[in-house]
Design a protein around this ligand. Structure first.
Ligand code: C2O
Length: 578
């Protein structure tokens, strides 16, 4: 009788402890400190040494693992000659726009020898995202995964994986990427194509002199692996498959989705997709190729190479000692053809929000403001006495509603916060295209774009519907549009020209995908909705870096709300100056 007394006390104490931990977890995360030293590093790929800009000398950059509710303090110190900014792609940055990162939008760049602390809290998000540089083409080598775990003791809404593996796709140039984009900007033509795609920084066996640089995924039989897929490539949407294995999609852009099985994944630059990989129950007598290659429908040439890794099962214990394990055959997946829009469309249509009581889909049901944006390529004038490489001695340009965005010399967010917009930006970004035409038909005779630093101003809590219409002015292609500061719901998509009388009837307001990046279909349209509940200046752009460079970008200014907790916080004291 007596001896059971301490046990009771222990039990009560430990129960109290668990309870206290749960209460604490509900209210506050912890503060995590990171240091990003931006420095040059020699890296050898495709038998060539190249000096690249890195974080802490690592390529790909360091993996950040945090929990929902945590606060991140990342001190970025710039030791290189280039100006630097870092963007936390997909993090909502509620009221903390100063930490978002796009150069000249939310901050001036961190200059050589300077530093800046990105300070933000992860609220209401869990899943996979990534960080990358957000200035010029430096994200070609400056990128890494962000893993946001659920709060303590909160399970995934799917089978708990045995292991989690980030798989980050990139794009590799033998040449220096800053030189590549600078040359293109001078001539007005297209930048040189990449020489390889990479999986976790490794091109794989299909490239010259690269077999040793192959990503290997070693697995055990009968287990579930969570693969955190991230497309950090510069200019290409990618199809991804693993030979003889089916994948189950469970999350997209750090939002859980209704699980579905597929053998082919489509992932655009800027998107992240979590998939479960169930390994075979018995050791197979084979290894399996993991491969990714582009989905491309445009008229332009693209890097049509394939990056690959190998899925390998840990070898079973030998039945008789000293028997050598035989060399296993390598099985190859059937990858979608580069222009297979049917596979691409079917994949995208399957991505649906969980939309249950725990994870509701808060789709705006009423719309305060409707916008219709055309997105696509066009041309602009070649400056005098110059020869340009665009069609008929013009420059290739890209535009939204015929406006090609001109980068300001100071950050828009600062100009907005201090009421100094004059001379920096104007608030007349067009809500509709300046001229109506058959967007997906024969191009109009005048395909010259206008230019300016124009924004749309939204009052706090405006519910927005935005239809983005792809154009076929210089050939039709898919554009992965990324919105900073928000997730949006993909309520509709279709091919041809959007019909405002007919198409809204088919919108999905029940369980649409909630994302931060969506492909505007090639020669088609996509409709999204979002609630402008985050005050600040929010960039929206094509996540194909070549199109961003050509001007396919704009910004939304969301005004403060009435309440104290609806206002943009003041800038941190170390905010870089231009
Ligand atoms: Cu991942 Cu504005 O970008």
């Amino acid at each position: 009788m007596c001896s059971s007394f301490p046990r009771v006390v222990l039990f009560v104490l430990s129960a109290f402890w668990v309870f206290a931990e749960l209460v604490l977890a509900k209210h506050a995360g912890i503060t995590r400190h990171y240091k990003f030293d931006i420095k040059m590093q020699n890296v050898t790929r495709l038998c060539q040494i190249k000096s690249i800009v890195t974080v802490n000398g690592q390529f790909p950059g360091p993996r950040i693992v945090v929990r929902e509710g945590d606060t991140m303090l990342v001190k970025v110190v710039n030791h290189v000659q280039n100006n630097i900014t870092i963007h936390w792609h997909g993090i909502r940055q509620l009221r903390s726009g100063w930490a978002d990162g796009p150069a000249y939008i939310t901050q001036c760049p961190i200059q050589t020898g300077r530093s800046y602390v990105y300070n933000f809290t992860i609220t209401g998000q869990r899943g996979t995202l990534f960080w990358h540089a957000h200035i010029s083409w430096l994200r070609a080598t400056l990128y890494g995964p962000i893993v946001i775990l659920p709060k303590p003791h909160v399970p995934y809404p799917f089978r708990h994986p045995y292991k989690e593996v980030p798989i980050i796709f990139g794009e590799w140039w033998k040449a220096d990427t800053e030189t590549v984009i600078n040359q293109a900007q001078q001539t007005g033509g297209a930048p040189n194509l990449s020489d390889a795609f990479t999986i976790n920084g490794l091109p794989g066996p299909f490239y010259n002199c690269s077999a040793k640089d192959t990503f290997k995924l070693k697995v055990r039989p009968g287990k579930t692996y969570l693969l955190r897929l991230i497309n950090a490539a510069m200019n290409d949407e990618l199809f991804f498959s693993i030979a003889n294995h089916t994948l189950t999609v469970v999350e997209a852009d750090a939002v859980y989705v209704k699980a579905f099985k597929t053998t082919t994944i489509l992932i655009t630059p800027g998107q992240t997709i979590n998939v479960l990989l169930n390994t075979r129950h018995h050791h197979p007598n084979a290894t399996f190729l993991i491969a990714a290659r582009p989905y491309a429908t445009g008229p332009a040439t693209f890097d049509n190479t394939t990056t690959a890794g190998i899925l390998e099962y840990h070898s079973p214990p030998p039945s008789t000692p000293n028997t050598k394990t035989p060399k296993l055959p390598l099985l190859i997946p059937t990858l979608a053809a580069f222009n297979d829009t049917i596979i691409a469309t079917n994949f995208n249509r399957k991505v649906r929000s969980l939309a249950n009581t725990k994870f509701p889909a808060k789709v705006p049901k009423n719309v305060d403001r409707h916008f219709f944006f055309t997105v696509g390529l066009g041309i602009s004038q070649c400056s005098q006495n110059q020869t340009c490489q665009g069609p008929n001695n013009t420059r290739v340009a890209a535009a939204i509603n015929n406006v090609t965005f001109v980068q300001p010399n100071t950050a828009l967010l600062q100009a907005h916060f201090f009421n100094q917009a004059k001379g920096v930006y104007t608030t007349d970004f067009p809500e509709n295209p300046p001229v109506k035409f058959n967007y997906t038909g024969t191009p109009p005779s005048n395909i010259m774009v206008a230019s300016g630093t124009k924004v749309v101003v939204l009052q706090f809590n405006t519910s927005v519907e935005l239809v983005m219409q792809g154009t076929s002015i210089i050939g039709a292609e898919s554009h992965p549009l990324h919105l900073h500061g928000f997730n949006f719901f993909v309520v509709g998509q279709g091919f041809g020209n959007y019909d405002p009388n007919k198409d809204p009837a088919n919108f999905n307001l029940v369980d649409p995908a909630e994302r931060n990046t969506v492909g505007v279909p090639s020669a088609g349209w996509v409709a999204i909705r979002f609630l402008a509940d985050n005050p600040g200046v929010w960039f929206m752009h094509c996540h194909l870096e070549v199109h961003t460079s050509w001007g396919l970008k704009m910004a939304w200014v969301v005004m403060d709300g009435q309440r104290r907790n609806q206002k943009l916080l003041p800038p941190p004291s170390d905010l870089p100056k231009c």
